[in-house]
Design a protein around this ligand. Sequence first.
Ligand SMILES: [Zn+2]
Length: 250
Amino acid sequence: MDVNCVVVQGRERCLLVDTGSTAGEGQRLRTAALEIAAGRELVVVNTHAHYDHCFGNSAFQGTPIWASAGCVRDLLETGARQRELAAAGWEPKDPEFARALAAAPLALPTNEVEGRARLELGGLSVELEAVGRGHTDHDLVAFLPQLRVLIAGDLVEESGPPALEDCWPFSWPRVLRRLLDWEPLTIVPGHGRVVGPEFVRRQLGELEELAAWCLASLDTPRGGRGPALWSEAELRSALARAAVERASPG
Ligand SMILES: [Zn+2]
């Protein structure tokens, strides 16, 4: 699965956002990041606990890894199960990758963010914010205010429709509206090409449509089919989460 891992270089420190799916991918990213860092200290951020964004963490022993507190909790709770499911899912398509996934050591982030934190890279600040429920219940974004670049993790996806399996349909649009309020010019999605705010506004519209369908379906369970962008299975999992969300708004 192609995930966007981002290197941001300041005068004193170099930041890598997300570490890939396996120890080998993490190792290759570490080598590439250290080459760019050229002697500068390396700092790592995980946007969320899905395997393709953080199972390369084991290659970064001794390097601080920042993530939301919820990401650490989720990785502890779901890491082993995710590894098993992902390896089984990849086995028919790419047995070698599946083996590497099954063998990926689970390495937890070392620095937890509650709310906001700032990393100073030297001449360049990076605002980290744990934005709450969206693509997962613990997404964290990295924003570079000087450059108005937003590294959004899977809160924004360009290569396909936003993935719904762990999503919170009612909060996700709120989170995107908040991110757009920061007026980013360049947005790095979790997957696919770099986009501008127009793309995010479009995706916000799709997610608002999803939220409206979830709301209508909770009230009339045999209502019409949901937005065509997603499969029935994805819509079912979004709807199940919407029911939880309505019972306990976060
Ligand atoms: Zn994800």
